[in-house]
Design a protein around this ligand. Structure first.
Ligand code: ATP
Ligand code: MG
Length: 418
């Protein structure tokens, strides 16, 4: 028996309604902010991610699903959504079109990680991208969209943490301060951090090794090194969020896992999901598009992890009720009433009412049991007498009451009762 690859999950029909609910709330919120959907390929040229995501990140260093295709090209299953959207934006010349560009996506993303609750190898994200606007209003709009989405799901205990990691200019001074702090402590830190020290010392702040975390807790804070422009930008973001009623905590420890961020970074965290507390993360990335070959275009965006959201929704008791079975189940006693049920079912479906009949050659009793088990709302049993009268007893499974209804009036009757 061949089993599912490690770190992947099936969504069975009995669970799919949860995903549909999540996606519907996400779409609703994105559309309220006038974002439109974008779809890009599941795989891209490997170089897109090594250049776009950054070769000092965990993603590019350890987690990518990279392989050679039959033509010998190196391709990679997307580990995140931004690089593909940015590529499409550049490739289609959208920088010369209507700005700001506002798009959202649903993707499956792939990272070779150690699977655990809320950490998979194939996982799903809802993300938003806002390109072309440099001002603090864009940061505030993206964060407020994320906040509205989580509120739309009914979540109350997810907290917003924000930080600013400055721009190229002020970060150079900060990197120097970090190196001065970490240099004498490096021998007590993990091997990855020693590489990070050389390539990008800020990455050390994102290390998940306990010993490194403790040392990092005492490191200098970027907020103390922001240049005047970056400090003013951050101040505006905060005041816009306050005026929009979006609660936040400034958290200097947030640096985000991707190389391309600048200025605002943010995470929505929950302790309801266990160890993997970040359900949504994002920020500003003003240099990404330019780095990928475009003219300079400022950008801000975020991505939410759907599996983690479902864990938090369960913990906060925010899952929607399970979906029902067919609106109507038509049972048949014998060959001719089964044939009539088949025909009536077609008519009901044509009138927009979901309807089922028996496909398993079951007894009437067993058909009734099936209708009950699958959550059908109305059930009618057809026999010789019903065929003669052209009417059947329709039972409302919710109230257990029933009524005699003419075949020709079935659709109207059901519509009236729902
Ligand atoms: P983490 O620090 O937990 O590894 P990350 O910084 O790598 O997260 P991002 O690249 O910012 O995560 O992705 C955005 C969101 O996608 C995360 O906040 C999380 O909810 C989700 N996510 C990331 N990696 C995984 C994974 N392996 N399995 C499930 N969800 C994930
Ligand atoms: Mg990660």
């Amino acid at each position: 028996m061949i089993q599912i690859p490690k770190g992947c999950k099936d969504v069975l029909p009995s669970q799919a309604y949860l995903w549909q609910y999540l996606e519907a709330r996400a779409r609703e919120t994105a559309q309220a902010y006038a974002f439109r959907e974008i779809r890009t390929p599941v795989f891209e040229h490997t170089e897109l991610f090594s250049r776009g995501v950054g070769d000092t990140t965990d993603i590019v260093n350890k987690e990518m699903y990279t392989f050679l295709d039959k033509g010998g090209r190196s391709v990679t299953l997307r580990p995140e959504g931004t690089a593909g959207v940015a590529r499409a934006f550049i490739e289609h010349g959208l920088a010369g079109g209507v700005l700001p560009f506002k798009a959202y996506y649903f993707i499956s993303a792939f990272r070779y990680e150690r699977p655990q609750a809320g950490r998979l190898r194939e996982f799903h994200q809802f993300g938003c991208e806002l390109y072309g606007a440099a001002g603090a209003e864009a940061d505030a709009e993206a964060i407020s969209l994320a906040d509205a989405f989580l509120k739309n799901l009914g979540l109350k205990k997810v907290e917003l943490h924000i930080n600013s990691i400055g721009c190229k200019t002020c970060r150079a001074r900060y990197h120097q301060a970090l190196r001065e702090y970490f240099a004498p402590r490096l021998s007590q830190m993990c091997e990855d951090c020693r590489t990070r020290f050389e390539k990008n010392p800020m990455r050390i702040l994102d290390c998940k090794v306990e010993g490194c975390k403790q040392i990092a807790a005492g490191a200098p804070r970027m907020l103390d090194y922001l240049c005047d422009d970056c400090r003013e930008h951050f101040g505006q973001v905060k005041s816009l969020l306050t005026s929009a009623g979006v609660a936040y905590t400034v958290d200097p420890s947030i640096v985000r896992g991707l190389d391309y961020y600048s200025r605002t970074v943010f995470e929505f965290v929950s302790d309801a999901a266990g160890a993997q507390g970040t359900v949504l993360g994002g920020g500003r990335y003003d240099t990404l598009l330019e780095q990928m070959g475009s003219k300079p275009v400022p950008a801000v965006g975020f991505a939410a992890g759907m599996e983690r959201l479902l864990l938090v929704m369960e913990a906060e008791n925010c899952l929607p009720p399970a979906d029902m079975g067919a609106m109507c189940y038509l049972a048949g006693m014998d060959a001719s009433s089964r044939a009539k049920a088949f025909l009536l079912a077609q008519q009901l479906r044509g009138a927009g009412i979901s309807c089922e009949t028996d496909l398993m050659e079951r007894s009437v009793k067993a058909q009734f049991k099936y209708a009950d088990k699958t959550g059908a709302r109305f059930v009618a049993v057809l026999g010789e007498r019903e065929l003669e009268e052209g009417a059947a007893e329709v039972k409302d499974m919710r109230t257990s009451s029933s009524e005699r209804v003419k075949f020709g009036e079935l659709a109207e009757y059901i519509k009236r009762r729902i």
